[in-house]
Ligand binder design. Structure first.
Ligand code: KIV
Ligand code: ZN
Length: 525
């Protein structure tokens, strides 16, 4: 058995399924290029059949990166065709198809009698469907992955049958997801060992694991999978994903690296790119990294108590099992200021993983000099924020032109806003309980929309009185939420930017979805 671990990154597919984390196509391309620098083996770029925007993202990523790009598809011809069409011009392509195998899923999703009257009949239908659809995917590409959804709660002997059938049909990777994050590490490891022993043709495929974090065990379960024969791990940057998220790439990779004394298996990940990748993903998704998050949290390498600091000064290894530099945390931070030129700015942004087109540089440089005038020293985190801000502006359907907020302890807070759209300028005013409430009411009136604000958070990006304030807002409309991040040295302005960014994401999603519906209804006619 090989001692190389395949890192299958699903940040752009399962990760994007995190509540509020919708990414634009250009943000996805940038993240994909950074994942390539990180040296992942496979990028799962999306679920092409689900929307035209997903299709476009997968298609463009597969043309622009050299690593294998996987496209997700249910075990249905229409999904598999869409997946293939999205990746067909790519250099290395994989179709990832899946069927539900647990009784919970079978009875819940395949309850209709056309799938069989009894549970045994339905299981038979799914087994055949899995076999047929892997064979169908094989007519398009050599590299086919099959996942048994909710394998963690699937009857083991039935799982053996399904896996054997998928390999017979030509699957080259078999993925065993703990979809609901239900299993315990020992139990999950034993499931993998059982499959390794009982599936007759197991040596014809790579076994993969895909663990969710509902009980905080996704990384532990993935490692138990590796210990029992899995050679592909499906994971995401910062552990983002459905509900409590997926196994975190950086935690698995660093666990194997730090404890290479016990694992005779390694990944090819360029660990020095971990921090840049983590911050890029956090910035574009708006999902803040908890300070105590392993490897990439702000406190991951901070030593607060006197005893610890003293120990560290004498010998780093007293309290440090890996150096911050290994994951790309720089001790001496490079600081830019108002005298830095375009060239210096571009070089630093390149290092941080951003892709700057020639025609974008001047705009970014103008924003940078404005910021450098307000803040004498511009840190990497300020630059990351600046880049997020300029992306938001480029993708804007609604753009904040002007705002004026009036408040104080003995007046009614009042706000006026002017918002630019493609067709016209919208302007309105409103009062509110506080300045942010007045501002949001004014925006709602101008746009004639009223999404529910699910959460609102402010934090300072760097330290000092002139630090940038970052506001993260999550809004909800129908059954979806959207996150917007806004930054300014003025937190009221940052609040407006965050809210409008979230509304832009909602608008973009709804417009795409409506377009999709219209196209589908046209093709049905
Ligand atoms: O969690 C899951 O089961 C999945 C599959 C589609 C692989 O994401
Ligand atoms: Zn998943």
């Amino acid at each position: 058995m090989t001692n190389q671990l395949i890192i299958f990154d699903t940040t752009l597919r399962d990760g994007e399924q995190s509540p509020g984390a919708s990414l634009s196509v250009s943000e996805k391309i940038e993240i994909a290029k950074q994942l390539e620098k990180l040296n992942v083996n496979v990028i799962e770029a999306g679920f092409p059949v689900s929307s035209p925007e997903q299709f476009e993202a997968v298609e463009r990523i597969s043309k622009e990166v050299g690593v294998t790009v996987a496209a997700l598809a249910r075990a249905k011809e229409i999904d598999i065709k869409a997946a293939y069409n999205a990746i067909k011009d790519g250099e290395k392509k994989r179709i990832h198809t899946f069927s539900s195998t647990s009784d919970y899923h079978i009875l819940g999703k395949f309850g209709d009698d056309r799938y069989g009257k009894t549970l045994a009949d339905k299981r038979e239908t799914i087994l055949k469907m899995s076999y047929d659809m892997v064979q169908y995917a094989k007519t398009f590409v050599e590299d086919v992955e099959f996942s048994a959804e909710d394998a963690g709660r699937t009857d083991l002997n039935y799982l053996v049958e399904v896996v054997e059938a998928a390999i017979d049909a030509g699957a080259t990777t078999i993925n065993i997801p703990d979809t609901t994050g239900y299993t315990m590490p020992k139990e999950f490891g034993e499931k993998i060992a059982y499959l390794m022993e009982k599936v007759k043709n197991i040596n014809k495929a790579i076994i993969s694991v895909h663990c969710h974090n509902d009980l905080g065990l996704a990384v532990a379960n993935s490692i138990a999978g590796i210990e029992n024969g899995a050679r592909q791990i499906e994971c995401t940057i910062n552990g983002i994903g459905e509900r409590a998220g997926n196994a975190s790439l950086e935690e698995i990779v660093m666990a194997l690296k730090v404890r290479k004394d016990i694992f005779e298996i390694e990944s090819k990940i360029e660990t020095k790119e971990i921090i840049n990748t983590s911050k890029l993903v956090s910035g574009y998704t708006g999902i803040i990294i908890q300070p105590n998050k392993a490897i990439v949290g702000e406190n991951a390498f901070a030593h607060e108590s006197g005893i610890h600091q003293d120990g560290m000064l004498k010998n780093r290894e007293t309290y440090e099992i890996m150096t911050p530099e290994t994951v790309g945390v720089q001790k001496t931070k490079i600081v830019l200021g108002r005298h830095s030129g375009r060239h210096g700015l571009k070089a630093r942004l390149d290092e941080l993983g951003y892709i700057i087109e020639a025609d974008e540089l001047q705009k970014i440089y103008d924003a940078f000099t404005k910021l450098a005038d307000k803040k004498k020293e511009v840190y990497d985190d300020d630059l990351r924020i600046l880049m997020g801000d300029s992306k938001n502006k480029n993708n804007a359907i609604f753009d904040l032109e002007y705002m004026h907020v009036f408040g104080g302890s003995s007046t009614i807070p009042t706000a006026t806003v002017r918002i630019k759209t493609d067709e016209k300028m919208l302007e309105d005013s409103s009062t509110g309980d506080g300045p942010v409430d007045a501002l949001y009411n004014a925006i709602d009136r101008a746009l004639n929309k009223k999404p529910t604000v699910e959460s609102y958070r402010v934090r300072s990006v760097t330290s000092g009185r002139e630090a940038l304030g970052e506001v993260t807002v999550r809004i909800r409309k129908n059954d979806r939420s959207y996150t917007g991040v806004g930054v300014s040295t003025d937190i009221i302005e940052a609040s407006a930017k965050a809210y409008i960014t979230a509304i832009n994401k909602k608008e973009r999603y709804e417009r795409n979805n409506n377009k999709n519906k219209t196209e589908n209804s046209k093709s049905e006619i």
